[in-house]
Design a protein around this ligand. Structure first.
Ligand SMILES: [Zn+2]
Length: 336
């Protein structure tokens, strides 16, 4: 008997190969969103990483699969013209992870595929400041790698004080699928806490030996290659819909200014942290001169798309491991 995942892949593959699917995808462009590309495919498979990580080898297989089926264009090109002779696709990366330059970019160059990278600008380092870490990465990494360490206990105590008691089992010294899943679920519950509290907990942890996010020199080098362009993804990665007017303005100003200071040709596209937006946020972003904005909602791009809330298709470990799974997302996106 077919399981659900196999059935989805078969439907997706049939859709992609059918005249109907091919016609529909030539009319509507597709924006993919990725986050981290990690060295080892197995590292990306753990449940607490699989939503936003893909392995290096799987990433290359995905690029080859995309090249065979799509015209891979730069984001701004796709936004100007989503339809084409062949289905059009643009790659985006969110947050500004260092691996985008060190692992993803050489493969993008090899396969001549452009990408747009959206930076949470407070986390982009330079020689004058130690690298900052995203709270979800710092907390998950500490719990996963060193569950019995003083740092893990410090996280537990601080979160307990903030009203988010940690299940005891998370601190067991075992690299099991079960514990990884428990970490993923616990992190999800933390998103209800104010970002400042989570950042304060992250600040209690020692600086990692190497930065996990890009620095501005890397950003400039990638931009100079002509294959990558950059846009803002918030400054502190705060969820914009939760900010009051003054904080929203400050967040947009900081990210806007940083991109204009450090990049020669920043994109006139804003990317909402977590994809969250509402009427107030969309108007505030448009007031800064952005013509387009990206959400995380599943869908494809057409002439009728809302320019300040463009949908994308997320690519995590499952899709990258089996690109035919992406065909299912395209099928769903076409009907979204
Ligand atoms: Zn993000």
């Amino acid at each position: 008997m077919l399981n659900a995942a196999t059935l989805k892949r078969l439907i997706g593959r049939a859709y992609l190969a059918s005249p109907l699917g091919h016609y529909a995808l030539r009319q509507r462009g597709c924006i993919l969103v990725l986050h981290q590309v990690v060295e080892n495919d197995r590292e990306a498979a753990w449940p607490h990483r699989r939503g936003t990580c893909i392995g290096h080898q799987a990433f290359e297989r995905l690029l080859i699969w995309l090249r065979q089926r799509f015209q891979c264009v730069a984001l701004e090109e796709l936004l100007q013209q989503p339809d084409g002779e062949r289905p059009r696709m643009a790659l985006t990366f969110d947050d500004g992870w260092r691996d985008n330059a060190e692992l993803a970019f050489p493969l993008l160059q090899r396969h001549e595929i452009p990408a747009s990278i959206f930076l949470s600008t407070d986390f982009i380092g330079d020689s004058t400041q130690p690298p900052r870490r995203f709270w979800w990465e710092a907390i998950a990494d500490t719990l996963w790698r060193t569950p019995q360490s003083p740092d893990a206990l410090r996280i537990r105590d601080a979160l307990w004080a903030d009203g988010a008691p940690m299940p005891v089992s998370l601190l067991r010294q075992e690299a099991s699928n079960w514990r990884s899943l428990a970490i993923a679920r616990y992190l999800q519950t933390l998103t209800r806490l104010p970002a400042e509290k989570l950042e304060a907990i992250t600040a209690l942890l020692p600086a990692p030996p190497s930065a996990s996010t890009l620095d501005w020199a890397q950003v400039r080098a990638l931009e100079n290659s002509g294959l990558a362009r950059f846009g803002p993804h918030g400054a502190s990665h705060s969820i914009l819909t939760r900010l009051d007017d003054a904080h929203l303005e400050a967040e947009l100003t900081r990210s806007h200014t940083a991109l204009r200071t450090h990049c020669r040709h920043p994109l006139s596209v804003y990317c909402y942290p977590n994809g969250d937006h509402d009427d107030r946020v969309r108007h505030a972003v448009a007031a800064f001169g952005y013509r387009y904005a990206l959400s995380s909602q599943l869908g494809l791009i057409g002439a009728d798309s809302m320019s300040m809330a463009l949908p994308r298709i997320n690519v995590g470990y499952v899709i990258s491991g089996r690109p035919t799974q992406l065909a299912w997302s395209l099928f769903r996106g076409a009907w979204a």
